[in-house]
Design a protein around this ligand. Structure first.
Ligand code: SF4
Length: 418
């Protein structure tokens, strides 16, 4: 593996998650067309959206106290943005992730569009429905790293969003940002109504736009609901159990432990992974999501092994001690401890021929995608043939996706310029 962040953008993406970024006075992010810093989603994204070399999108921590000690400083030099080390050495050119025009607009009911959904990299993320109930119980049992309950009334607020408002934002993001994927996320509802709430939105988006759709909720007690979601055209389901070490799971996620338990999450990952026929090209994946840095790296790697052995694809976030959360005072993980975790992520997915990096135009800023973790492989040549196959599949699927969508949009008489 190349351990030089100047030539390894995967390592730079990881190092920025772990060490943060400082902004030099020369930076005028919004004036220069970048996205303002929004506090969004279930607690892991708070930073500046950037594009690193080789098309790696990222969300670099800038607000948290640990970022003030970062060795990395963002400079603007004659209109171009560079990350420099604090000794002045140029590390890497970067681009600001473009701020879409719709970020400054309202829906026809007068709601700021960013209160309905925001771009995470190149996809549209929507935190749907009321706030997670772990935050509203008399004695809160929220996950300790999470900031969702702090977001009430600010960006991407977790409240009920009407279908027409959501569709307006989806169309704006299709036309102006060229999105291919919408991701819905909810927290815990004691009546398990989260899928009932999401299904009408899913049907509408699928019918009108043909976009890929993902759903991230707690594991529904009736697993046959996932068969139904698949039939409806959902492409991804994601179960965030966060922590694989059982004792640590209880500590970090007391609400999830009380209401579901780790085994329910694992059962859902396994059940949904088996809904995809082995070796098929069905656009359906089951994700198990964990946070590296809140348990031993060995435990994160055991989680990766478990998920991939069961046919799921891991989503591995890097713990970020967000301001205002219960874990605000913890330190982020060390880069060198995270490298083996992300190396395992790539190798486990490749060894098991899992369909990673197939969907078109999905760049994720909040995590290192499994295929991006090839930058950590010690023997990348071992995977050269599989990489060629993976990239060919990606091209084929992308062509198919765009062909099908074009037909659908022509039928609907909708012009897409994104
Ligand atoms: S389940 Fe946990 S991570 Fe998800 S919104 Fe609720 S408190 Fe946050």
């Amino acid at each position: 593996m190349d351990y030089d962040v100047r030539s390894n953008p995967g390592l730079l993406k990881l190092d920025l998650y772990c060490r943060g970024l400082r902004l030099d006075d020369s930076c005028f992010v919004e004036r220069d067309g970048g996205r303002k810093i929004l506090r969004t989603r279930a607690g892991l994204g708070s930073g500046l959206e950037l594009i690193l070399p080789h098309g790696l999108w990222t969300n670099a921590p800038v607000s948290e106290p640990f970022a003030k000690n970062s060795p990395y400083i963002l400079h603007q030099e004659d209109g171009a943005y560079w990350i420099r080390r604090d000794d002045g050495e140029r590390i890497s050119p970067v681009e600001l992730s473009p701020r879409p025009g719709w970020y400054d607009r309202e829906t026809s009911t007068g709601r700021p569009m960013t209160r309905i959904g925001t771009l995470q990299g190149t996809y549209l993320g929507i935190y749907q429905a009321k706030v997670c109930e772990y935050w509203t119980e008399p004695v809160k049992s929220n996950c300790k790293f999470c900031s969702v309950g702090l977001n009430l009334g600010v960006d991407d607020a977790p409240d009920q969003k009407s279908i027409s408002d959501v569709m307006e934002v989806v169309w704006a993001a299709v036309r102006e940002s060229g999105i291919t994927y919408v991701d819905f996320n909810t927290g815990h509802h004691s009546d398990h109504g989260y899928l009932d709430i999401l299904e009408p939105y899913i049907r509408e988006i699928k019918k009108d736009t043909g976009l890929l759709i993902g759903v991230q909720t707690p594991p529904h007690p009736d697993l046959s609901r996932y068969d139904r979601l698949k039939q409806m055209g959902v492409n991804r389901v994601s179960f965030c159990f966060e922590i694989f070490d059982r004792d640590r799971f209880v500590e970090v996620c007391p609400g999830k432990h009380r209401e579901y338990g780790l085994d329910r999450y694992l059962e859902a990952v396994d059940y949904c992974a088996k809904l995809r026929k082995p070796g098929s090209f069905e656009p359906w994946v089951s994700n198990g999501e964990i946070i590296a840095g809140l348990e031993a790296p060995e435990s994160s790697m055991a989680a990766i092994d478990w998920i991939t052995e069961h046919g799921g694809i891991p989503t591995v976030c890097v713990f970020r001690p967000l301001l205002g959360t219960d874990y605000a005072d913890l330190a982020p993980p060390k880069t060198e401890e995270m490298i083996p975790v992300f190396r395992r992520l790539y190798e486990a997915c490749m060894d098991r021929d899992l369909p990673i990096g197939i969907a078109p135009n999905i760049h994720v800023s909040l995590v290192l995608l499994p295929e991006e973790c090839r930058w950590f492989a010690d023997k990348p040549r071992r995977y050269a043939l599989k990489e060629m196959k993976r990239q060919a599949m990606s091209k084929l699927y992308s062509a198919h996706f765009h062909r099908e969508r074009e037909k659908l949009l022509q039928r609907a008489g909708a012009a897409v310029t994104g």
